[in-house]
Structures are given as structure tokens and as C-alpha cells.
Ligand binder design. Structure first.
Ligand code: ZN
Length: 413
């Protein structure tokens, strides 16, 4: 999907503004002799930005406005090294809340709803994003933050929360607890807005059934405002994103070349009106594709498919590229297998080969040995690798409130 004329003018204006600053990108684009963009070709010559740039610019090198215009910063959870700091102006904060409120509206949430917010507050963009969008919409926020499941359930019942916002892992924890404690008749939840990460159909069904709710995938990342730049509609055919605030292109993660609409690749985002920290061609490492056809819901906002995983989660075993999504699709087909799993990959030096161990949870009613054999066969026929399979009882694998690490690659150590 190409930039339309308005978007092109917005990108051009952002570049010209950056060039007037002493910021990281102002200096970088000056050095590269970038003066603006008139065409798609000009735009595609702009180098990608990435997390490494933002770390180099630590702490506030990317700030593109005077100090007095910055009202807030957020930080993304870096696993290694320096964190990434993103400064926001009052307009950025307001734009973000407007986008987020639009997400709630697409999910059919109104002023009358009570939104229980379980993602974390603080430097992270999650909790406060859900909150600001809720207030912009005019609904009632129940700002719980993460953890303390006893209290979450008590507030959910006493305050009659109608919407739950959570990571998929924590929504599953809540669904399991509601079921275990027999609380389903006491809760009033109708909808769940879940931070978009790759999660399996099985997990979705477990959350839907456990809490009796409709689920919506909200998309976003701290570097680009935070969650709220897109959400799926009631047709569940991909994620609408707000092309008046962001431009999305899909690239081949290996070559960096844009791929044709409809083909899978990495999401690259350009902010169109951001003031505090504009980003051009920011590589998200999230894998998806543009859905070129108009949505049957009638909304004209363009769409990407649900997130298919992280380009960094792509792992190679015996020379075969694999995604967690493919593993999930296999597990969904086996009777009695649950949605939680972990993959360990190691290298067997003696035999000079990779060893892949898949640990899955299954219901007690099925034969674990036969279930393991079935999964192994599916891996062999679908992906062309033969892993070792360990089947463990339900509840054995760790649950987490943050995004769960599914693939542990011991070969890197
Ligand atoms: Zn739609």
C-alpha cells in the first residue's frame, strides 16, 4: 500500500521539522542529505529506523521539540542494555488517547461500560494507554494494574466490570480462576481487549469460554505511541489501523524490500503527525501482512492481519525456518492438548545436530504417550522436523502476566 498524497505531505513536513532540530534523526538525515520526500520512491530511500537507533539516542536524543513541550516520557522494556525512552507532547498524548478511544468504539464499547485495566502502569505504555482511551471515550476505568488475582476478581464482581483489558496470558489466568472458583455467574464481563501478540486459537477459546466474552486484539508498541494504533473489528478479519496517524508498510525481514500487498512480512511503521519523537520507517519485528480487500464491516480504515509472531522469534532448526504460530496451529489439531507450550532448542555436539524439545500441556483424560506421538507426526509432515515431545498435565507450565517466552534457544549460549 503506497502513501497517499496527504500522508506523503505529512512525512515531508516531519522530515523538514526534524532537520531544524539538533535531534538524533535531525542530525542523521542532514548527514545523509535527506531534505524531504515528494514520491514513494523518495520515501523508500529513507533508511529504516530500529531499536538500536533509539538506544544510541538514549536518553532523550530523539526528542524533536523543546523541553517545555514535553509532558511525559515512556520507556519500552528492553531485555538487554539501555532502555528506550520516548518523549510525548500534550498533542501526542491526546492523539494517542483519541486513537485508543477509537479502538474501544470499534469493539462496541461505550460510555456505559466499566473497563477493568490489568496491564501495568508506569514507564510501560500499556496501563496508562488503556486508561487514557477509556477516559477519552467516557467509560469508567477500574485501574487495577497487574497481578493480585483475588482482588481483581473481587472488583470484577463488586464493580460489575463489563470489559477486561489484559495480556492474553493474564486473561487466561483470570478465565481459569473464574472457572476454578465457580464465579462465572457472578461476573458481568462482555468483552475483552487483549494486547496483541501471537496467541493460539485454543487460548482464545479458553478465554472466551472461561469468561464468556467477545475478544478484541489491540495492536501497538511503545515506540509508536503504545497500544491503540489498531484493533480488529466485529468481523474478526484482521486489524484496522489508523492511517490518519500512522503509515504501515510490509517488508521482507531479510532483504528489507517492500513486499506486495497481501504477502507476509515485517510491519514497518511511520508516524505521520507525532511531535515529541517522530519515527520514519521503524522496524517493529512483528510479522503480518496487509489485507488488500475492503472489510465487510464497511469501515474504510486499512487492515493488517493478526500478528503472526516476531521476526526475531523465527527460529531455524535443521535449516528450516519456523514460527511459534506454526507450532500453535499443529497443537490445535490434537485432541486434549492445551494452549500453553514451551520449545527448547539445543545443539547435540556429539552428533552435530540440533535437538528440539516441545513441552505441551494436555488434559488428564488423554493418553500422554499417544498424544506425544501424534504431535511428533504432525511436526514431521507439516514442517519437516522431528522434535522430542513431552506431554505434561494441565497447570504444569508457568503462566505469566507479561508476554510469555515460548522459544528458549540454548544454542546461543
Ligand atoms: Zn472491519
Amino acid at each position: 500500500m503506497k502513501l497517499n498524497e496527504k500522508q506523503l505531505a505529512q512525512v515531508d513536513a516531519q522530515i523538514k521539522r526534524l532537520l531544524e532540530t539538533d535531534s538524533y534523526y535531525g542530525n542523521k538525515y542532514r548527514e545523509l542529505g535527506i531534505t524531504g520526500v515528494k514520491t514513494q520512491e523518495d520515501f523508500e530511500k529513507i533508511p529504516f529506523s530500529g531499536k538500536a537507533d533509539l538506544r544510541d539516542a538514549y536518553p532523550l536524543g530523539i526528542q524533536a521539540v523543546p523541553d517545555e513541550e514535553v509532558v511525559r516520557i515512556h520507556s519500552s522494556s528492553g531485555t538487554t542494555g539501555k532502555p528506550v525512552i520516548i518523549p510525548y507532547t500534550a498533542k501526542d498524548v491526546d492523539d494517542w488517547a483519541t486513537m485508543f478511544a477509537r479502538c474501544y468504539e470499534v469493539a462496541g464499547i461505550t460510555k456505559k461500560d466499566r473497563i477493568q485495566i490489568t496491564p501495568g502502569y508506569g514507564l510501560w505504555t500499556a496501563g496508562i494507554g488503556f486508561q487514557a482511551g477509556c477516559e477519552k471515550l467516557g467509560a469508567m476505568a477500574v485501574p487495577m494494574g497487574p497481578g493480585n488475582t483475588d482482588k481483581q476478581l473481587q472488583m470484577m464482581i463488586d464493580l460489575k466490570s463489563t470489559v477486561i483489558t489484559a495480556t492474553s496470558s493474564y486473561a487466561l489466568v483470570l478465565a481459569e480462576e473464574v472457572e476454578k472458583r465457580g464465579l462465572k455467574d457472578l461476573i458481568c464481563l462482555k468483552k475483552g481487549v487483549i494486547g496483541s501478540e501471537r496467541w493460539s486459537e485454543k487460548k482464545r477459546q479458553a478465554i472466551q469460554a472461561g469468561l464468556g466474552i467477545e475478544l478484541y486484539d489491540i495492536y501497538g508498541l511503545t515506540e509508536i505511541y503504545g497500544p491503540g494504533i489498531g484493533i480488529n473489528c466485529e468481523k474478526e478479519e484482521g486489524i484496522h489501523y489508523w492511517d490518519d496517524y500512522i503509515y504501515i508498510e510490509i517488508i521482507d525481514p531479510k532483504t528489507g524490500e517492500p513486499v506486495p500487498d497481501g504477502e507476509p512480512g515485517e510491519i514497518v511503521i511511520t508516524t505521520l503527525v507525532k511531535e515529541g519523537a517522530p519515527l520514519l520507517r521503524f522496524r517493529t519485528h512483528d510479522m503480518s501482512r496487509i489485507i488488500p480487500e475492503p472489510c465487510s464491516c464497511g469501515r474504510s480504515y486499512p487492515r493488517i492481519d493478526i500478528i503472526q509472531g516476531r521476526s526475531d522469534d523465527m527460529f531455524k532448526v535443521h535449516g528450516v525456518n519456523m514460527f511459534p504460530g506454526q507450532v500453535e496451529e499443529i497443537l490445535q489439531q490434537v485432541d486434549g492438548v492445551l494452549s500453553e507450550y514451551v520449545i527448547n532448542i539445543a545443539h547435540d555436539e556429539d552428533h552435530n545436530r540440533d535437538v528440539i524439545l516441545v513441552t505441551v500441556e494436555a488434559e488428564g483424560r488423554v493418553d500422554f504417550e499417544k498424544t506425544g506421538a501424534k504431535i511428533r507426526e504432525l511436526f514431521k509432515s507439516r514442517i519437516g522436523v522431528t522434535p522430542k515431545i513431552t506431554v505434561v498435565p494441565f497447570g504444569t507450565l508457568p503462566r505469566s502476566e507479561k508476554k510469555t517466552k515460548r522459544v528458549i534457544d540454548h544454542r546461543e549460549m
